[in-house]
Design a protein around this ligand. Structure first.
Ligand SMILES: Nc1nc2c(ncn2[C@@H]2O[C@H](COP(=O)(O)OP(=O)(O)OP(=O)(O)O)[C@@H](O)[C@H]2O)c(=O)[nH]1
Ligand SMILES: [Mg+2]
Length: 864
């Protein structure tokens, strides 16, 4: 169904003599502005004369085809008529035609005028009379007929006009009058097609600079001839509403121009008639048009026409065409969508509409499975499911490359407003992630690493960084117990260390004693000065009897694996003893040699410093405590956190893409290295992981641990072995990898004392450090950090080469300090970018070598 245009042709049957000439008030707005007159052109009588029937297309066509361009009665040829009108116009212009300031206008549209004929042609398409007949308002008629014919029925015997009859008749829009060649001014009939002119928005009459102000008067409705005031504009000119021409700028001052343009845009009669917009086969009511135009994401530059609208997804398009825009969803406008709304022939349906080929292509590129002619249910957020099924299958907009694909295929993407401001959606400011995205598809990032590399720390950082409530009450309660248990185990490790160091000292003492006894020269020096052992067999690692008893009991309990049994009841009871132990000289001396206590983590002191507070029953761990706490995440199975990256800029300034990124969902899944064996069952379950984030502790280069086979192996080499296992695993064959070189802070410290060559893999690390940089000058810290930079770069290259030799692809690397939130944030955002690039690369089959070089030199470190 097509939509009628603003220039309907009056039915010739009606436009007989009594409509041959009309009078209108001159230069003023009609008393009651006939905004509703815009409906007139659809309700002109088609021969019935009742004034309420709709335009008869046949009569329109008959008129158009009418030879001689005359009306049915044949009383006027258009030429004769025009001629007469011109004369009358002349009378009007000389202001001596009548006493009431009335002017004649042409009632019959001259076919000399392009606009008239065009609109007639469009009107000929208008053949669905029934749909329009019901809601047409009868316009108050402000035109009056002056009929010179003596037998005119509209004038009674006294010469008075028959108002009743006139009111039944439909008004006819004025048509311009001109003579001679095209390009002449319609008023002075001078000039050429090159003369600058202003055009009437209603009848398209063109006036030169000398005539335009006279012809248009005070312009209460903008650029219209005075005769056209009160008439709706020619819809083909809607886009020029409010856009001032050069000629006006020259003739009027700025304020006048502004007022006229404002009137033009906002006066009632110039508004788009709602019934000219047909949505899903139904013309809109006034309320519906208001809803449509005032929603958060309205259709831009709405023109009369027929459109389809998918209320669920917000997709909007011209009838029979692919979607051109995503507007606010759930607007109560138009009828229900029809399957053939966009003329699709793909047998794939979205919300009941058969989609077009180009949409199908987009879905395929977005990774949506379209085999088997599926019927999808797509929500406004892009999440989709098959009709009749409960589970969300994915999110069209969740895939980073989809927007780019849409841009290339000229398909719309959700605007910021359509995402945020559907009638049912809530404010994005109030909640970091809107509800409707909770169920959308997520990009999965698998975080793995060798034991102690910091995966749990990074995982917890993600929770703290991106979740409003990172840990529930129950989680905190259980973490509290974990921290308290950890404190006991740290003390236990220290006590073990103390015992060892004490024994060593005593053994050294005995050895020394025997050496001293053997020597005849040193007999004068007191023993304790040479051995660190006092004369009563006490060393700096020795503790008093009470603490010793407690130490023995604690170590026995730990050795028997019954430490858990003393919690939580004994927690408070032993706290003072633990505190006393921690502050004792023996433990202090032991802690100084913590490097020799293998299992003792660096965070032990963080907790031991606050041991009394931590062991209290009412202790509530802070986020930092939880971050530092070991054993918080599941140690054997999988742990998962789902989040969105919060927008980096204020909401107002976020562009569509940035905003969408901020709502994209990610899932960080962490799995313990122990779970990743050859027979690991769950690895296959991670096939849809977007990328693998592999964590390596830089500081592991001088650390050793016992492998499963009992071999003591350098931890860096163990890390490398695990890395190779994961990279070569079929599940992760085609995935991108981000290597997190973690514990950079520890590495920077350690490298001051232990060279990276301690690990055989880095035996070829021979940095050239300038003499200026070496030595213990005041720049030594910078030197150490630059040495750390060189060394970390060297380690990164090792991993990159290894990865490239296995996969032929580039390994992304990020240097991280796991205990610093900003550092982890940067690394995870880097992972997000890689997932996006990867998606785009897949979509457009870009070769690795073009954008994603595997060169060692193309480092992609993120800042720490
Ligand atoms: N100094 C420092 N310590 C870190 C860093 N990352 C993690 N740690 C500490 O290293 C220890 C081990 O970290 P986790 O996150 O538990 O390591 P993991 O990979 O989960 O270890 P397992 O689960 O035992 O295999 C913890 O004490 C962390 O606090 C870091 O960047 N710098
Ligand atoms: Mg862990």
């Amino acid at each position: 169904m097509s939509i009628p245009m603003a220039h309907p042709m009056p039915s010739p049957a009606n436009c007989s003599t009594r409509f041959s000439k009309e009078l209108k008030p001159l230069g003023t707005e009609p008393a009651s502005s006939p905004a509703s007159m815009r409906a007139f052109n659809r309700s002109s009588n088609a021969g019935s004369g009742d004034g309420n029937t709709t335009v008869s297309p046949t009569s329109v066509i008959a008129f158009e085809d009418g030879a001689g361009r005359s009306n049915d009665a044949g009383e006027f040829s258009s030429e004769e008529h025009s001629h007469e009108l011109r004369n009358l116009h002349g009378v009007k212009e000389s202001s001596d035609f009548n006493d009431s300031n009335w002017a004649f206008t042409d009632s019959l549209l001259s076919l000399d005028f392009e606009s008239s004929s065009q609109s007639s042609a469009k009107n000929a398409d208008f053949n669905d009379e029934r749909e329009y007949a019901c809601d047409v308002k009868r316009a108050p008629i402000h035109t009056f007929t002056v009929n010179n014919d003596s037998d005119n029925d509209d004038v009674d015997g006294d010469g008075n006009r028959n108002e009743a009859l006139v009111d039944e008749c439909e008004p006819v829009k004025p048509a311009p009058v001109t003579k001679g060649n095209k390009g002449l001014c319609y008023r002075c009939f001078k000039g050429s097609r090159f003369t600058e002119k202003e055009v009437c928005l209603v009848c398209s009459a063109k006036y030169c600079g000398n005539c335009v102000l006279d012809a248009m008067g005070s312009m209460p409705e903008g650029r219209k001839c005075v005769d056209c005031i009160g008439y709706p504009i020619d819809e083909s000119k809607r886009e020029s509403l409010g856009k001032c021409s050069r000629i006006f700028r020259r003739l009027l001052n700025e304020l006048e121009v502004r007022q006229i343009m404002k009137a033009e845009r906002f006066c009632e009669v110039n508004q788009l008639p709602p019934e000219y917009i047909c949505v899903n086969g139904r013309p809109l009511s006034f309320e519906e048009l208001v809803t449509l135009q005032n929603c958060a994401a309205p259709p831009k530059k709405l023109k009369p026409g027929s459109y389809w609208y998918d209320k669920v997804s917000g997709l909007w398009g011209e009838e029979g065409q692919k979607p051109c825009r995503i507007i606010s969803p759930h607007l109560n406008v138009g009828g229900p969508i029809k399957p053939d709304a966009s003329n699709g022939n793909t047998q794939v349906y979205i919300n009941g509409r058969e989609i077009t080929k180009v949409e199908l292509r987009m879905l395929q590129l977005a990774g949506v499975q379209c085999a088997g002619n599926p019927h999808f249910w797509v929500n406004e957020d892009g999440s989709y499911q098959e009709e009749g099924q409960k589970n969300i299958r994915g999110n069209i907009w969740g895939k980073s490359g989809t927007k780019l694909v849409c841009a290339l295929l000229s398909l719309p993407v959700p605007s910021k407003c359509s995402i945020l401001c559907g009638e049912r959606t809530s404010s994005p400011v109030s909640k970091r992630v809107p509800d409707y995205l909770e169920h959308g598809i997520v990009q999965k990032l698998l975080l793995v690493g060798y034991g102690g590399s910091g995966t749990s720390t990074i995982f917890k950082q993600a929770k703290i960084l991106y979740k409003d409530i990172p840990f529930s009450k129950e989680e905190r309660e259980s973490i509290k117990l974990t921290i308290q248990t950890n404190v006991y185990s740290y003390i236990g490790l220290l006590l073990e260390g103390r015992e060892r160091f004490e024994e060593e000292s005593l053994w050294n003492m005995k050895k020394r004693q025997s050496d001293v006894l053997d020597s005849s020269t040193d007999w004068m020096i007191p023993l304790w000065l040479t051995t660190g052992v006092s004369s009563n067999n006490k060393t700096i690692y020795s503790i008093g009897t009470r603490l010793k008893a407690f130490s023995d009991w604690l170590l026995r309990t730990m050795a028997s694996g019954k430490l858990d049994a003393i919690f939580p009841a004994a927690t408070r009871e032993y706290a003072p003893l633990i505190e006393e132990m921690w502050s004792s000289a023996a433990i202090k001396a032991t802690y100084k040699r913590r490097r020799e206590i293998e299992m003792l983590p660096s965070v032990a002191s963080y907790f031991l410093e606050r041991v009394v507070e931590i062991l209290r029953a009412d202790y509530e761990p802070s986020d930092l405590d939880i971050l530092y706490a070991e054993g918080v995440t599941s140690s054997n199975g999988l742990a998962c956190v789902e989040f969105s990256f919060p927008p980096s800029a204020p909401e107002e300034t976020v562009d569509t893409i940035g905003l969408h990124d901020s709502f994209a969902r990610y899932q960080l899944i962490t799995a313990h290295a122990r779970g990743i064996g050859e027979n690991c069952k769950w690895l296959e379950m991670l096939e849809d992981v977007g990328m693998v984030v592999f964590s390596v502790a830089l500081s592991d280069y001088d650390q050793f641990s016992a492998e499963g086979n009992g071999c003591i192996t350098n931890k860096m080499l163990s890390s490398r072995k695990l890395f190779e296992t994961i990279v070569t695993h079929p599940t992760f064959e085609k995935m991108d990898f981000l290597l997190i070189l973690n514990k950079l802070d520890q590495f920077e410290e350690k490298i001051k004392q232990v060279p990276p060559t301690r690990c055989e893999w880095f035996a070829d690390f021979h940095p050239v450090i300038s003499r200026q940089c070496s030595g213990n000058n005041k720049n030594s810290i910078n030197n150490n950090s630059s040495l750390a930079q060189l060394a970390s770069h060297h380690i990164a290259v090792k991993f990159k080469r290894l990865y490239s030799s296995i996969t032929g692809r580039k390994l992304y690397v990020s240097l991280v300090k796991g205990l610093e939130p900003d550092s982890v944030d940067a690394a995870l955002k880097y992972a997000r970018e890689i997932v996006k690039w990867n998606q785009e690369r897949l979509n457009f089959s870009l070769s690795d070598n073009s954008m994603y070089s595997t060169e060692d030199s193309s480092f992609s470190f993120t800042e720490c």
